[in-house]
Design a protein around this ligand. Structure first.
Ligand SMILES: Cc1cc2nc3c(=O)[nH]c(=O)nc-3n(C[C@H](O)[C@H](O)[C@H](O)COP(=O)(O)OP(=O)(O)OC[C@H]3O[C@@H](n4cnc5c(N)ncnc54)[C@H](O)[C@@H]3O)c2cc1C
Length: 382
């Protein structure tokens, strides 16, 4: 179906993103998958090309346009190019971390951080999850105790995307453990601060080129000037930004499903068995017809959510619906894709195989499918 959400300038942007990924990422993907991390130069190259911080002010190196359609295009093209792992660092930086810096920084912080964030010299991450808590964010235990002009931070985070490459880590801490969610604050912990160390680059079953790490904080003295937003307001800041985070994951989910469909259609047109193409079997046609339908349905909903986000009307429930449904679709699509590729679908050199492994986590990170249904269920006042 024709998508009506984009204007001609978005299509031009898409062409540039596509060419950029073919030039700067596709030739390196095998090496990055092996290394477990992308080159930092991917960020500076993206910054130089205008693909970071499109919504940051121009005077700080951003694009000066607040329009999530640009973010969505990058997220889609990453998936269509088979770069789910390698591209995640950039989409996390743009879609998930930048809004905190765009909306919450003081004038001094803006001048200190935004130019580097837009150029890719400062890579960002957001650290909420701890070894003992994930879904139940209000129970986090990393503490930040005020001490003069500083906070003293102690605790540990895990599963942090961009964990190795990040220079600025938006760290969710409790500044008042007696208050649960009302005691949560956001501190920007910077590369090189004494007592801030990175643990392992975690070994995962997919997203191999994405650096996902453990972070440790032992008596880290973080200046008060690194508080993002208000003390005790961290939970609210997180909730405000989670809708866009979830939409970003949904956008990628539908695009990943579309990519799986396209690769599989191409494959079954060529591959033969019993003297006919795999695509000519009724089972293949039914499976792919189902997927093609679901991709269109999902795309329509996601595009509607993108429009709502731009208009400021996307609700937490809408974002939760998009997130769980589109990532579950992604899971079905890569599974059907692998099946119809036969044994080749299990071979790492085939994009569908990598997409299969990369897809599994999207139903977990950014809030699990179950938590998304909890959010939607609560709104039904059952
Ligand atoms: C590759 C990867 C990248 C990640 N990147 C980041 C990052 O950059 N920053 C960050 O902060 N975190 C990140 N995460 C963490 C991720 O967001 C969490 O793993 C996720 O929120 C789930 O938390 P958990 O792992 O503690 O699972 P748990 O909360 O322990 O959940 C375990 C199971 O119980 C279910 N469950 C929990 N509560 C309920 C409930 N109330 N009702 C029904 N079922 C429930 C869950 O749905 C799940 O199936 C990442 C994780 C991975 C794997």
């Amino acid at each position: 179906m024709e998508r009506t959400v984009f204007e001609p300038e978005h299509e031009m942007f898409r062409e540039s993103v596509r060419a950029f990924l073919q030039r700067e990422a596709v030739p390196h993907i095998a090496r990055w998958e092996e290394a477990g991390v992308v080159d930092r130069e991917l960020f500076t190259a993206a910054g130089a090309a205008g693909f970071l911080g499109m919504d940051l002010p121009e005077e700080h190196g951003g694009g000066g346009v607040r329009d999530f359609r640009y973010n969505a295009i990058i997220g889609e093209e990453v998936q269509l190019a088979g770069l789910g792992g390698a591209g995640l660092g950039i989409t996390l930086h743009n879609d998930i971390c930048i809004p905190y810096f765009r909306d919450l920084t003081t004038e001094e912080q803006t001048a200190r951080w935004l130019p580097g964030i837009a150029s890719g010299e400062l890579v960002t991450a957001v650290a909420m999850t701890e070894p003992g808590i994930g879904s139940d964010l209000a129970s986090l235990t990393t503490t930040a105790v005020p001490d003069g002009d500083h906070y003293v931070v102690n605790g540990a985070k895990t599963f942090i995307t961009n964990g190795i490459n990040a220079d600025l880590v938006i760290t969710a801490v409790t500044t008042d453990p007696s208050q649960r969610h009302r005691g949560i604050s956001l501190l920007v912990v910077e590369r090189g601060m004494e007592g801030f160390t990175r643990g392992r680059n975690l070994e995962k079953i997919g997203l191999h080129s994405q650096d996902t790490a453990e972070l440790s904080f032992v008596d880290v003295r973080v200046p008060r000037e690194n508080l993002l937003g208000t003390e005790g307001g961290g939970f609210g800041h997180l909730m405000t930004n989670l809708a866009q985070e979830r939409l970003s994951i949904a956008v990628a989910g539908v695009a990943a499903a579309r990519a799986a469909l396209e690769w599989t259609v191409a494959y079954v047109r060529e591959r033969t068995a019993f003297g006919q193409t795999i695509g000519s079997f009724q089972n293949t046609r039914f499976e792919l017809a189902t997927l093609a339908t679901e991709v269109e349905v999902g795309q329509t909903f996601v595009d509607h959510c993108v429009t709502a986000l731009n208009a400021g009307t996307l609700t937490a429930e809408d974002a939760a619906m998009a997130k769980w449904w589109c990532t579950e679709l992604q899971g079905r699509a890569v599974d059907v894709g692998v099946q119809l590729h036969g044994g080749y679908g299990f071979m790492a050199e085939y994009p569908i195989a990598r997409a299969y492994a990369d897809a599994r986590v999207t139903r977990i990170y950014g809030g699990t499918t179950e938590i998304m249904k909890e959010i939607i269920g609560r709104s039904l006042r059952l």
